[in-house]
Write a protein that binds this ligand. Sequence first.
Ligand SMILES: Nc1ncnc2c1ncn2[C@@H]1O[C@H](COP(=O)(O)OP(=O)(O)OP(=O)(O)O)[C@@H](O)[C@H]1O
Length: 260
Amino acid sequence: MSTLASQSQHTIQIEKLRKSYSEQTAGDVHYIIKDVNLVIKGGEFFVLLGPSGCGKSTLLNMIAGFVSKSGGNLKVDNVEIDRPGRDRAVVFQQADSSLFPWLTVRENVEFGLRMKKTPKAERRKISDRYIGLVGLNGHEEKFPKELSGGMKQRVQLARVLANDPAILLMDEPFGALDAMTRRTMQKELVNIWRETHKTVIFVTHDIQEALLLGERIGIMSVGPSSNITDIYDNALPFPRDVASPEFYSLYNQIQGHFEE
Ligand SMILES: Nc1ncnc2c1ncn2[C@@H]1O[C@H](COP(=O)(O)OP(=O)(O)OP(=O)(O)O)[C@@H](O)[C@H]1O
């Protein structure tokens, strides 16, 4: 288990970061994102909010090390990111594609630990903890096809958490869930984050979701050459109340930003 001290590191430093998927083609370079500057502190819950197609997933996948940069600097604790690493893990919107259908809930959660050759008793202890944390007690022996969409997303989250990455990269993880399940998962994620002190970068295009979760909310402009144009601090106490005047006021400020 990572200590609080070690989790308070893992600061992500982004300087003049740019990405083009068409650098090899002749003519003007078409940048998806251009000159993004951002520092995300270790242990912070940061939300990337922006309209569809602005490059949120591209930026997240660059931090994950799945997509290469075209220019600028992208570092964790002053070390350049040039590949995926155990310090970072991604939670995708579609849980189905990340779960092994032939493995049970417990076996899916323990998969990474098995690869690391973690002893069986230790694996069981860790999977018990995270299966409990995501509310799946009693479902350990089920297969993915026997689970609802929300339950599958919980398994994906438990599996990622079991590997204890310091940095959680979440790409619209609740986008495919019904409204009630989504709200439950949002509350659980906040509890997990507060308990584990991980750095979270959460991508969404939903202002309410951004405000329910984030300590800071980075607004991405419409592409191409998208950038983070504004950052909103959100110090509202947890659990956040969507009906409070403070929530409503912040919501309107951010919405106004997109209407400009
Ligand atoms: N592998 C790729 N090759 C070429 N273009 C790509 C690739 N991946 C993404 N793009 C383009 O980059 C732009 C940004 O896509 P991206 O998925 O990062 O945006 P997004 O903000 O996450 O969108 P959404 O909210 O709809 O998921 C889009 O125009 C998309 O077509």
